[in-house]
Design a protein around this ligand. Structure first.
Ligand code: FAD
Length: 307
């Protein structure tokens, strides 16, 4: 029986595990892949106090730090359901059941991909998903933003300060972003917005992105753009499908609803990181929220220790 079982081994889960173990609690981490999205990241330049690092390096350091505390780390395991019977039960896809007095949910999120040729090949070599992270890599160059929703238009406005030119490609005939953002984007001379544009291919020279192809959905013409970078902003999907049949409240986007202590709608169940309603998705924010969730769980356990 774990005092705290953390589901997810990204920065939020790692931080939750360390905070919980440091309280002397019997702590476990169950994760499909330790490191989460950080394992897929090349340069990281906004992890404050570390000027520059790389994803795999940070993951190795996270793992070393977690193991320092004797946390039981169960890797390559996917949680399939959360139930409550006296304590909480996390059932894994392989059928095993883990019991815990409290749980921290930190299963993160994944960027929705365009699924066009070239996207996977050039991921990290011109294809990017996070303007806060990778915007400065394209200083003075031409980039595209795919998606005209709030995140796409925000990304375009953000990038317009750094890069030479931003072309926004929206599939539909209207932008879904808030009017105030659209107005701001239209006021900037280095942003071009193209609607009815279906991106069909990411083009590169074998090393880096050099452009993209798209179809004008009105005329049917195929067109191309020369670019150094492509920011895909068509949605961030929380990894919470496995919680749909539980009593944990999710928003209509699938995000776990939490309060300022990281508490979910279920007593003793806390959540942190990109899987939650936290408005900004970053490593440093995920780590902070992991600490919050564990301190929340500790608070809960000292009040319910003899039940
Ligand atoms: P994640 O990192 O998504 O980790 C989720 C964990 O849960 C993983 O261990 C996963 O295997 C596990 N998991 C998921 N489902 C299950 C399940 N059912 N059962 C068990 N385990 C499960 N942020 C920055 O601050 N700076 C950057 O430079 C930066 N660059 C980025 C570049 C890329 C390409 C990407 C994709 C993201 C980048 N980010 C960056 C964002 C940052 O990586 C995330 O905000 C952060 O990793 C979120 O941490 P998390 O722990 O909440 O989730």
């Amino acid at each position: 029986l774990f005092d705290v079982l953390v589901v997810g081994g990204g920065p939020a889960g790692a931080s939750a595990a360390i905070y919980s173990a440091r309280k002397g609690l019997n702590t476990g981490v169950v994760a499909e892949r330790f490191g989460g999205q950080v394992a897929d990241t090349l340069a990281i330049e906004n992890f404050i106090s570390v000027k520059a690092t790389e994803g795999p390096k940070l993951v190795a350091q996270l793992e070393e730090h977690v193991k320092e505390y004797g946390v039981d780390v169960m890797q390559n395991q996917r949680a399939a359901s959360l139930t409550k019977q006296d304590n909480y039960q996390i059932t894994l896809e392989n059928g095993a059941v883990l019991n815990a007095k409290s749980v921290v949910l930190a299963t993160g999120a994944r960027w929705r991909e365009m699924n066009v040729p070239g996207e996977k090949e050039y991921r990290g070599h011109g294809v990017a998903y996070c303007p806060h992270c990778d915007g400065p890599l394209f200083k003075g160059k031409a980039v595209a933003v795919i998606g005209g929703g709030n995140s796409g238009i925000e990304a375009a406005i953000d990038l317009a300060n750094i890069v030479e030119h931003v072309t926004v490609l929206e599939f539909a005939d209207t932008l879904r972003a808030d009017e105030v953002l659209i107005r701001k984007a239209k006021s900037l001379s280095n942003i071009t917005i193209i609607k009815n544009a279906q991106t069909t291919e990411v083009v590169g020279d074998g090393k880096r992105v050099t452009g993209l192809s798209y179809i004008d959905r009105v005329s049917g013409d195929e067109k191309s753009l020369a670019l150094a970078g492509i920011f895909v902003q068509i949605g961030l999907v929380p990894n919470t499908e496995w919680l749909k049949d539980s009593d944990v409240s999710l928003t209509r986007f699938g995000e776990i609803e939490i309060d300022s202590k990281g508490a979910t709608s279920l007593p003793g169940v806390y959540a942190a990181g990109d899987a939650t309603t936290t408005p900004f998705k970053q490593i440093i924010i995920a780590m902070g929220s992991g600490a919050t969730a564990s301190l929340g769980a500790f608070d809960y356990l000292i009040r319910h220790s003899d039940e």
